[in-house]
Design a protein around this ligand. Structure first.
Ligand SMILES: [Mg+2]
Length: 182
């Protein structure tokens, strides 16, 4: 059985939208062009930003408009088993568990919460994640990866992230020996 490990924040949950609402800031996602957020625009430091996000924040993030389409597409791949793989913020893993149960109950028993995603890498494992570093580490550990399009990674100019992921998945799943689609 081949495995898909699917990140939550950005591919499935609208973290930036939730953070804007939580901190009362109008920060266009398109202006976040690198991995570290512009904390000063939230009136925060790195630590005060992340420390301020409580369990309810992580549990109440809205679903992305494409969330169900992405899940349906991946679940329709007969040779693959899908599992969520998400990093916790501080000690708020419980918020992530609540989000999964509320928004994607089909995964309530199919998820891992941990900061080092590359431990799940293997020749039959594909990581889908918006953080380029996570994908690089996953590939370096022997897996394959798709960088989910977002303004803070090299796929920032994709206008239709799901169309792009479907195309990239087709490449990885083909007979061509591709370890990473860049
Ligand atoms: Mg993410």
């Amino acid at each position: 059985m081949k495995r898909i490990f699917l990140d939550v924040d950005e591919p499935l949950a609208d973290f930036v939208g939730a953070a804007n609402t939580f901190y009362g800031v109008s920060m266009p996602k398109e202006e976040i062009t690198k991995w570290e957020l512009p904390y000063e625009r939230y009136g925060k430091t790195h630590n005060s930003f992340w420390d301020g996000l409580n369990e309810d924040f992580w549990a109440d993030m809205p679903k992305q408009p494409w969330c169900d389409e992405l899940v349906d597409f991946l679940e329709s791949q007969d040779d693959y088993s899908v599992c969520l793989l998400t990093a916790p913020n501080r000690d708020n893993a419980t918020g992530k568990q609540r989000w999964i149960r509320k928004n994607l109950p089909i995964y309530k028993d199919h998820y891992f919460i941990g900061p080092t995603k590359w431990h799940c890498a293997g020749p039959d494992s594909i990581l889908i994640d918006d953080r380029g570093k996570n994908c690089e580490d996953f590939v370096a550990a022997g897996g394959r990866a798709i960088v989910f399009p977002a303004p803070w990674n090299h796929r920032r100019y994709c206008t239709d992230p799901i169309k792009e992921v479907k195309w990239l998945f087709g490449l990885l799943d083909s007979k061509i020996k591709v370890m990473e689609v860049v």
